[in-house]
Design a protein around this ligand. Structure first.
Ligand SMILES: C[S@@+](CC[C@H](N)C(=O)[O-])C[C@H]1O[C@@H](n2cnc3c(N)ncnc32)[C@H](O)[C@@H]1O
Length: 549
């Protein structure tokens, strides 16, 4: 097998639109380099491929220099990437991922992280290298026997793009964003691997009383001011100090009367149950503002409903994302993709959803979410049209968070690893219970009872019931039914990979959390790489566009 020539000729003056050039490097031959800084998730090259049969390869190609450049196409033919595609060298820590586009017989190359000027752009060839990488760090990691390169490998050169290990390495490359660096560094908006949808209601719109968005909450009057401290302690113990109330002041003093806001009715439809030794009048329902005040005018209006926090710095400023938090999101997205790929092979629709342990300690403590939870679509196996992954997941999280073992888990045990997750594959409560009863997971009672004396107050009160303050990752854009279920679940934010043009309820057909009159809005984020080419097809996640996810 002859490799690239060892003589070092001059590199052609080549510059594509994305700012790539070709350069020679000792021991590697030609490679592709960046002329300027390139942000993460940038499409840098689309290479058409030349396809030829396996027979042609066996009889001819294999015995020529082409052997270093060919790889297995999805249908078993051999492929040679034209353009710059054949010149990307290998790295164990690639900064470029690639996907094939069978419809146009081409390969798309996308940066998986920010690339600096003059940095080499490398892809991951797989575990079976047929050459000795110049950089020791690029040598394949020791791996099990079946992954080692064998001289009898019928394909000889680059592994098939359909190869399972390659698939998982490709996923690693795609989601291995910002592997290094200070986890507290804020990532510039344009470098985030996802796009945040604008949900507006801009604060200017809340500068008239009619425009102030409001929702109902449980309020109780405090006949004795000394009860305020007792009640604040009780709120904490009962799990009512949820982040969704953070924009409201707890106590209102009006004339001589003192009142306290307890919890939003959307999160807790029944009146909260006070301990017997606290003598209070029954709680009642009143409207409170939905968000903090961003202007003084808005503060005045909102506080006339209920005392509200003034947070002017948040005006038009999305929540900053740090490197650490982006890594957390990438990891969660990788988990959900793997899950969907796996169940897709089990003859279900390859759609999955996942709620990780919250990133920041404050939310972790407030939500007491000790384990990640995932669920997948079970419409096929259950022969039930409503068994969407998100419906399965919302229900499972609700069951789990209401369970005594979860709610009573104080002090917090150390956060577990992201895997194994509590998996909720099937629709029936029995199956949910069985899945949740696996070792290291929380068991839930088959018939959760909210009146049981043995349950802690927060369970009796039903706090932490659904997805309040949690983040949900899903492979496909939720359909309108699921988007509505998410609204009712009061999830904090949703990330999805694959937009569903004909059925999506989070940006495609409509955007449910943006609709006028809804009493909760959750943030929607769309992963950028999913918007290029047929990503879903290449990664085993294609679902007929007529399906709702
Ligand atoms: C698809 S080609 C890449 C372009 C090639 N460097 C050239 O000059 O045409 C694959 C070949 O590049 C070389 N190569 C790629 N990555 C390398 C690395 N990390 N270290 C050494 N050689 C490498 C190997 O000879 C391999 O067979």
């Amino acid at each position: 097998m002859s490799g690239p020539s060892t003589a070092i000729p001059r590199a052609p003056e080549y510059l594509n639109n994305a700012g790539l050039r070709i350069e020679y490097a000792e021991g590697k031959g030609r490679g592709v380099y960046a002329c300027r800084e390139i942000p993460a998730q940038t499409l840098i090259e689309v290479s058409p491929v030349l396809l030829f049969t396996a027979k042609e390869y066996e009889e001819h190609g294999k015995h020529t220099a082409l052997d270093h450049y060919t790889f297995v196409w999805r249908d078993g033919r051999m492929a040679l990437a034209l353009g710059l595609g054949s010149l990307f060298n290998h790295s164990q820590r690639p900064n470029v991922s690639y996907t094939i586009d069978p419809a146009t017989e081409s390969i798309r190359y996308v940066t998986s992280r920010k690339v600096l000027p003059d940095e080499e752009l490398c892809i991951f060839y797989g575990h079976k290298l047929w050459f000795d990488p110049v950089d020791a760090a690029d040598k394949p990691e020791p791996c099990s026997e079946h992954l080692e390169y064998s001289a009898d490998d019928p394909w000889g050169a680059l592994p098939s793009v359909d190869d399972e290990d390659e698939g998982s390495s490709r996923l690693d490359a795609m989601f291995d964003v910002f592997p290094d660096g200070d986890p507290d560094d804020v990532v510039p908006e344009e470098e985030l691997p996802f796009r945040r949808l604008k949900l507006t209601p801009e604060e200017e719109e809340e500068e008239e009383m009619d425009a102030v968005r409001r929702e109902d909450a449980w309020i109780v009057d405090l006949p004795d001011p000394r009860l305020a401290a007792v009640m604040l302690k009780w709120l904490k113990q009962s799990g009512f100090d949820v982040p969704s109330m953070a924009h409201l002041k707890r106590i209102r003093k009006q004339d001589e009367k003192m009142s306290m806001v307890l919890i939003l009715t959307g999160e807790h439809p029944d009146p909260p149950v006070f301990p017997e030794d606290i003598q209070l009048p029954p709680p009642y329902v009143a409207p409170v503002p939905t968000s903090a005040a961003l202007t003084m005018t808005s503060l005045k209006l909102k506080s006339s409903l209920w005392p509200t926090i003034y947070a002017p710095r948040k005006k038009f400023e999305p929540e900053p994302w740090t490197r650490g938090k982006v890594r957390w999101a990438c990891d969660a997205m990788k988990q959900v993709v793997k899950k969907a790929q796996y169940i897709g092979k089990e003859d279900e629709l390859p759609i999955a959803a996942y709620v990780p342990i919250p990133y920041d300690e404050e939310t972790k403590t407030a939500t007491r979410m000790l384990e990640p939870i995932s669920a997948h679509d079970t419409r096929k196996s259950a022969s039930h049209p409503l068994r969407h992954s998100i419906i399965n997941l919302v229900r499972a999280v609700g069951e789990l968070r209401a369970s005594p073992s979860t709610s009573a888990a104080t002090p917090m045990s150390p956060p577990p690893q992201l895997t194994p997750v509590i998996d909720v594959p099937a629709p029936s409560l029995n199956q949910v219970t069985a899945a949740l009863s696996k070792p290291h997971t929380h068991a839930i009672p088959p018939h959760p009872s909210h009146s049981s004396e043995s349950q802690p107050e927060e369970v009796r009160n039903g706090a932490h019931y659904l997805l309040t303050s949690l983040t949900l990752f899903t492979t496909h854009e939720p359909c309108i039914m699921c988007s509505m279920a998410l609204l009712h679940s009061r999830v904090k934010e949703v990330f999805y990979l694959i937009p569903m043009a004909k059925t999506g309820g989070c940006g495609s057909v409509t955007c449910v959390p943006r609709l006028e009159g809804v009493n909760h809005r959750y943030a929607v984020n769309v992963w950028k790489s999913s918007e290029m080419g047929d990503w879903a097809e290449a990664n085993g996640l294609r679902v007929d566009e007529a399906y709702d996810a």
